[in-house]
Ligand binder design. Structure first.
Ligand SMILES: C=C(O[C@@H]1C=C(C(=O)O)C=C[C@H]1O)C(=O)O
Length: 447
């Protein structure tokens, strides 16, 4: 595949009118979502839910994140925002998902919903967002998506959205369903062979680490309510970022980057072991992970790649010397939290661009690892392992690495991906078992 050279985007910037007002406590966001095209970002019961589409921007190619950042800055500069709540996720926001590879056939997209419902630190809110036409009138009945051209320059006074519109209502879930996910383009045996080839390549050619993934596929009947899977993910993995953006659905434990009021944070994961069957074997599993030179090595590559990428944007970046063990329902991970102050006014999208792809999902050195992924994985990763999250009008935002996820198409085809970091002493059978455990959230949510 050759990389598409250009990025598709709106030719003109769309003017948006945005208004956030407080709401009585909205305890459950998922029931408000579209059953087939949900837009959501949640952790520990807090987050944002999107309804409708006021604006969709699409990008492809090597500059997809950079272009998204640029167009988003222009869009935000032109928007008229009234925000009575002022907390992360209020005012203008776009949900986003980006393809992993420069030459992916998958589009990367920023979606501004018509309505955002949010909940954070005991406060709830609603944001209404409308496109403004070139006469300056908020187009109250305009619900179209697509990056259509809108002329800038309308007057701020005439851009006010309508505040007394009815509140969105939750809807009952559709029937329960069970979906089997079966091996896709790279089955278990194929995966082990790919891991063995990677190990050989690492030993012979000085490559340090490569992350290899495999895929599972299934079909979700048209009437299936995707919100059921989201509830399973959100309840089963409350410490993870549960997301649904443009059909990409999952629960990721890995924060690529968060920007909030001039601070930048990230959580690096690499190095994994399954949870034990009982308390004693579980404690032993965590201890073996901490003691594993292989996992610690893998982890160091991932931490260095994040420090190197964020270093130019933060003078006081700090990471703990030793990783801690992060407990998930299915796995233990080695984890390192990184924090610093932003020194150059970068947006969360700028930092996602600087970071992607980290060594946690590509490898080290990056270029060689990406070439080997291209050679050994017989599929396009799509948005798996790319940035997924949201960006606000001020550039702040939260982005996870899209892991433990599946992509749902409009036809109902569902493809899930999971990978593992391969180093010189990786064992194919164990890496296969690790990917099976990483599929668990998605397999159980849909199964
Ligand atoms: C690649 C995945 O996970 C990544 C790889 C890990 C590892 O190799 O130990 C751990 C967490 C993630 O950074 C995945 O879940 O698909």
């Amino acid at each position: 595949m050759t990389a598409p050279a250009t990025t598709r985007r709106a030719t003109d910037v769309t003017a948006l009118a945005v208004e956030t007002t407080p709401l009585d406590d909205v305890r459950q966001l998922i029931p408000f979502l579209d059953s087939r095209h949900p837009l959501v970002w949640l952790r520990k019961g807090e987050g944002i839910a999107g309804i409708g589409e006021a604006l969709r921007l699409e990008f492809t190619g090597p500059d997809r994140i950079r272009e998204a950042s640029r167009v988003w800055r222009e869009t935000a500069a032109l928007a008229t925002v009234e925000d009575a709540v002022h907390t992360p996720g209020t005012g203008l926001v776009a949900f986003g998902t980006f393809a992993f590879a420069d030459d992916s056939a998958a589009t990367s997209t920023l979606i501004v919903p018509e309505i955002v419902l949010g909940r954070r630190a005991g406060r709830s809110w609603i944001t209404r967002i409308r496109r403004i036409d070139d006469t300056g009138d908020p187009t109250a009945d305009q619900t179209t998506s697509g990056a259509g051209a809108q002329a800038p320059g309308s007057s701020a006074a005439s851009r006010r959205p309508t505040t007394n519109a009815p509140l969105p209502q939750p809807t009952a879930f559709g029937d329960e369903y069970r979906l089997s996910l079966l091996p896709g383009a790279l089955g278990g045996e194929g995966y082990k062979a790919a891991v063995a080839s990677a190990v050989e390549r690492i030993r012979e050619h000085g490559l340090s680490k490569v992350v290899l993934a495999r895929d599972l596929g299934g079909h979700l009947p048209r009437e299936s309510d995707v919100r059921r899977a989201l509830v399973e993910l959100a309840l089963g993995y409350p410490e993870c970022w549960t997301f649904a953006v443009d059909g990409l659905i999952g629960s990721s434990p890995e924060t690529l980057v968060r920007v909030h009021h001039g601070t930048v944070t990230a959580r690096v994961l690499a190095g994994t072991v399954s949870r034990g069957r009982d308390a004693a074997s579980d404690t032993a599993a965590a201890a073996s992970l901490t003691a594993s030179a292989k996992d610690q090595g893998e982890h160091r590559f991932a931490v260095s790649s994040v420090l190197d990428a964020l270093g130019p944007h933060s003078a006081d970046l700090e990471a703990d010397d030793e990783p801690f063990t992060l407990k998930l329902p299915n796995l233990w991970h080695l984890a390192t939290d990184i924090a610093g102050t932003l020194s150059d006014g970068s947006s969360s999208l700028d930092l996602a661009e600087a970071l992607h792809p980290t060594a946690a999902v590509a490898g080290t050195p990056r270029r060689d690892a990406l070439a080997l992924i291209h050679e050994l994985e017989p599929f396009d990763r799509g948005r798996y392992a790319g940035p997924v999250g949201w960006v606000g009008g001020d550039g702040d935002g939260e982005w996870a690495i899209a892991l433990r996820c599946a992509q749902l198409t409009d036809d109902g085809d569902l493809t899930a991906y999971a990978g593992a970091g391969i180093v010189a002493d990786s064992d194919p059978e164990r890496e296969l078992a690790e990917t099976t455990m990483k599929f668990r959230p998605v397999v159980e949510a849909f199964g």
